[in-house]
Design a protein around this ligand. Structure first.
Ligand SMILES: Cc1ncc(COP(=O)(O)O)c(C=O)c1O
Length: 485
């Protein structure tokens, strides 16, 4: 019988959840260097949990029934606008996360292009390094993605090539501040100016780094980030996640628009059905106000001075980390990170980064493998948060990384059988049946229950050797194996 079913005391129920959690990566302590953000501030989680609980059942679907939701949202949006170059006209929307903010920015741009410029077959111009969420938006909302190569040395968008990709059908051009993969800020002023000249909207994806960069700018004595926000002429919208460097519970992002008129293009209203009249500012219908209340509480508690201090510490830690990696034999940092995200690849004769990631995992650190793509070689990604900002913690991380790199060199690279890559190149992903998919997954080392081997480098080596459309066909099948219900 399902252990979770049937009556049980509160403690039993909570203990069950705790047991399930034991298999997860830790979300606190700084050793998980992707997915999670830890301010390391005592009492912050408890405050957030209480605010979340107080609002968990409040429904943001109807702001006339729950006016407190609008009050909280106005406060949060105003704070984001003040930090990120907004003015009196700036308007915004609180969303469930970076992906929803990016989706809404694209939907808004599509509607704006259709209504104001008559664009019926819209395109979205994306530097190669733009987040996958924009490709998702293009797929969902029927825009053609136009991908533009980035500078192969800096991994920043190439302003000339990006401008040249703009056409009369372009609904939106996207720049990152910073990009997820390499943590570099695109040349926002040049791209935004080119967009403005053609009457095209320009979105700054500051989902991961906006809150951090905005506060680092306030810190004064450390080098300011390059211009990236709504103050830059031509920037028409900007997304910033609070559940990243705002250190709020998950489900919190803000999408800012240059004005309320632009924001309005992304709203959905419907009165032609027998139920309640609908106005949705986001993609959700019913939505818990828990994440909003928790974000509001955390923003209040940490405050501008607190975030500025956290940004100062993260900046110092990122510098110490990048300098230290430069001294580890066989490793190198890709590009020159502008924020707190670092991509580490192999230097000449260096170790396989995926084997380094496996070795670090065995040492209790999670670094995220990033397969080779375009000019970016295979590497591992590290998101630096305040929880590892103490110099002693960074030195501990560097020592572990040096040891992992040494061990990975001794073990040698994980390689894909060239015959597998050759055979894969001739396959049509759309034509693969269930048996062929199952065979491919078995070859890659994925268990029938979706279980992955302890060492992921060999699996990643196979995936990296496959053409992207084939990987996109296989990955969902890996995930599908995890689900038994
Ligand atoms: C630059 C950027 N944009 C968008 C997203 C998507 O955010 P989320 O994972 O909150 O949906 C991320 C996530 O890391 C990101 O780094």
């Amino acid at each position: 019988m399902d252990e979770a079913a049937g009556p049980g005391g509160d403690d039993t129920i909570l203990a069950h959840l705790e047991r399930l959690r034991a298999a997860d990566l830790p979300v606190r302590g700084g050793r998980t260097m992707a997915y999670v953000y830890d301010a390391g501030l005592a009492g912050l989680d408890e405050l957030a949990a209480r605010a979340h609980a107080a609002y968990a059942g409040v429904n943001g679907l109807d702001m006339t029934a729950f006016p407190s939701v609008v009050a909280l949202e106005n406060d949060v949006v105003r704070q984001a606008a003040r930090l990120l170059g907004g003015g009196p006209a700036t308007a915004g929307t609180f969303t469930s996360g970076g992906t929803e903010s990016c989706l809404l920015a694209v939907l808004t741009a599509r509607e704006h292009a259709a209504r104001t410029r008559g664009v019926t077959a819209p395109e979205i111009v994306l530097p190669q390094t733009a987040h996958a969420a924009f490709h998702k938006a293009a797929a969902l909302f029927g825009l053609t993605p136009v991908t533009v190569p980035v500078d192969p040395g800096t991994f920043r968008a190439d302003p000339g090539a990006t401008a040249a990709a703009l056409t009369d059908r372009t609904a939106l051009v996207v720049v990152s501040a910073p990009s997820y993969a390499h943590g570099v800020v695109d040349p926002v002023p040049a791209v935004a100016a080119a967009a403005a000249e053609r009457g095209v909207l320009c979105h700054v994806d500051a989902c991961i780094g906006g809150w951090y960069l905005g506060h680092r700018r306030l810190a004064g004595e450390i080098p300011p980030p390059p211009p990236f926000d709504l103050a830059v002429p031509g920037v028409t919208s900007l997304s910033v996640d609070l559940h990243k460097y705002g250190y709020t519970p998950k489900g919190a992002s803000v999408l800012l628009f240059r004005d309320a008129e632009l924001r309005r293009h992304g709203w959905f209203a419907h009165a032609s059905w027998p139920g309640y009249p609908v106005v949705n500012a986001t993609l959700q219908g019913t939505k818990s106000a828990g994440p909003l209340a928790a974000a509001w509480a955390v923003l209040r508690k940490v405050g501008t001075a607190g975030y500025t201090d956290l940004a100062r510490r993260v900046d110092g830690a990122t510098r110490r980390l990048t300098e230290g990696i430069g001294r580890i034999e066989g490793l190198r940092v890709l590009g020159a990170p502008d924020a707190s995200l670092v991509a580490v690849a192999a230097a000449e004769e260096g170790p396989d980064p995926f084997v380094v990631a496996d070795e670090m995992r065995l040492r209790g650190w999670y670094l995220q493998p990033q397969p080779a793509f375009g000019p970016s070689p295979a590497n591992v990604h590290l998101t630096v948060t305040a929880a590892v900002a103490d110099p002693a913690r960074i030195d501990e991380l560097l020592a572990e990384l040096a040891a992992a790199a040494g061990r990975a060199r001794a073990l040698g690279p994980a390689t894909a059988d060239p015959a597998v890559a050759e055979a894969a190149a001739g396959l049509d992903p759309a034509a693969l049946g269930p048996d062929e998919v199952a065979f491919a997954l078995d070859v890659a080392g994925v268990g029938a229950d979706g279980a992955l081997p302890e060492r992921m480098a060999p699996v990643l080596a196979v995936l990296q050797a496959l053409p992207a459309p084939l990987t996109e066909r296989l990955l969902p099948e890996v995930v599908a194996r995890l689900y038994t219900a």
